[in-house]
Design a protein around this ligand. Structure first.
Ligand code: R7I
Ligand code: MG
Ligand code: MG
Length: 356
């Protein structure tokens, strides 16, 4: 385990679940803004940090609702069960449909319900005339899979990330985005504190993706040049180049080259960049918490702010641990205690060896 104690990993599990939640809650009010001024975000955070300020809590969105379902399914089943996970997604959606779900995923929920979960893979495969969704919904909810498979092989983590995404996202970019986000969380989680070298971290992701055995032909999309921003490996090369000259890189350039929209290909690499960029001070962002900086920076890029901030937060939290998460966030984010509890339960399953 590269020298990280099981106790320290509990802090990392908590940080990861809290980061996913905080990014969603803090980012949601800005979703689809073209970009957000850093002065606005500094004021926003300062206000939340002020103990005298009483504001309504920040509600979570579909990102968290689905992350909760993934975590709870793994906790209840102590393994991956596509039927249980699909049922939990559908139950959460029909209980609270107004959480800002993607426009098309709701058709999957309706079809799963109408067919009584007979073939859980089928509705997702029918999306978009059979090409499947390339949205970032599979990636945004995958963090608990990275935690659950922390002590397992990389291959197991990859397979579970893919399967958890396939319940709703059968386009190669949809589930490959989930795989990349899972690996990003996993590698941050398992990196000893203060030892992470950003270039090596990205190199590790590239190497794992490039070596991945592809059971499906479409997975080649991961490694080959594709349309738009290209495959995920291409984006990771761009990310390395941006990291190499961080100080001169504008937020506009990050958006132009990595993207900030609801597709997985244009948001997962962006979230990874936000995490890595925030390891250093960023001109214009006041917070000296590296964890919070990653979320603020992700939001400042605009576009799919809740999701990119949630994915960046999950990675940052997995690396910095709960001690890196400013306490005041707990006063403002809905479902804070629930995220902590799920982190504890996942940790218990993974490290107390109480699998059935
Ligand atoms: O991926 P998904 O769960 O959406 C997640 C996003 C996050 O930003 C959440 O915060 C929430 O706001 O939604 O839901 P989907 O409906 O599967 O995909 C999201 C959107 O991506 C779709 O509504 C489409 O606009 C677009 N999209 C596609 N468009 C054309 N062709 C996804 N796949 C396709 C496609 O194949
Ligand atoms: Mg959302
Ligand atoms: Mg979103």
């Amino acid at each position: 385990m590269a020298g990280i104690s099981i106790e320290a990993l509990l802090g990392r599990f908590k940080g990861c679940m809290l980061g996913a939640l905080a990014g969603d809650c803090l980012g949601a009010p800005f979703e689809m803004d073209s970009s957000v001024a850093l002065s606005v975000l500094n004021n926003y955070i300062n206000k939340l940090a002020d103990p005298k300020v009483r504001v309504p809590y920040k509600a979570f969105t579909d990102d968290t609702a689905m992350t909760q379902s993934v975590a709870q399914s793994l906790i209840d089943e102590k393994s991956f069960s596509e039927v249980d996970m699909a049922k939990k997604f559908v139950r959460a959606y029909y209980k609270e449909p107004r959480r800002g779900y993607g426009a098309n995923i709701v058709n999957v929920f309706a079809a799963l319900k109408a067919t009584n979960f007979k073939d859980v893979w089928a509705p997702a495969a029918l999306q978009f005339d059979g090409s499947g969704s390339y949205g970032n919904g599979g990636a945004m909810r995958v963090a608990p899979v990275a935690l659950f498979t922390a002590a397992a092989s990389t291959e197991e983590a990859i397979n579970m990330a893919r399967d958890s995404a396939l319940i709703t996202h059968s386009h190669a970019q949809g589930y490959n985005g989930a795989i990349l986000q899972c690996l990003a969380v996993r590698n941050a989680l398992l990196s000893p504190s203060s030892s992470l070298n950003p270039q090596e971290y990205v190199e590790g992701l590239i190497s794992t993706l490039s070596k991945m055995r592809n059971p499906r032909e479409e997975d080649q999309d991961l490694c080959s040049e594709g349309e738009g921003h290209g495959g995920f490996v291409d984006s990771l090369h761009v990310l390395q180049e941006l990291l190499g000259r961080s100080d001169q890189v504008t937020r506009e350039e990050v958006v132009e080259r990595l993207g900030n929209d609801v597709s997985a290909i244009n948001s997962v690499p962006t979230a990874i960049y936000a995490f890595l960029r925030a390891l250093q001070p960023i001109q214009g962002i006041e917070s000296d918490s590296e964890f919070l900086r990653s979320i603020v920076y992700a939001i400042s890029l605009g576009g799919d702010t809740d999701t990119i901030a949630s994915m960046a937060g999950a990675i940052a939290g997995a690396y910095h641990g709960s001690q890196g998460v400013p306490e005041f966030l707990g006063r403002h984010c809905e479902a804070w205690e629930g995220a902590l509890q799920q982190a504890e339960e996942l940790h218990k399953i993974v490290y107390k060896n109480d699998k059935p």
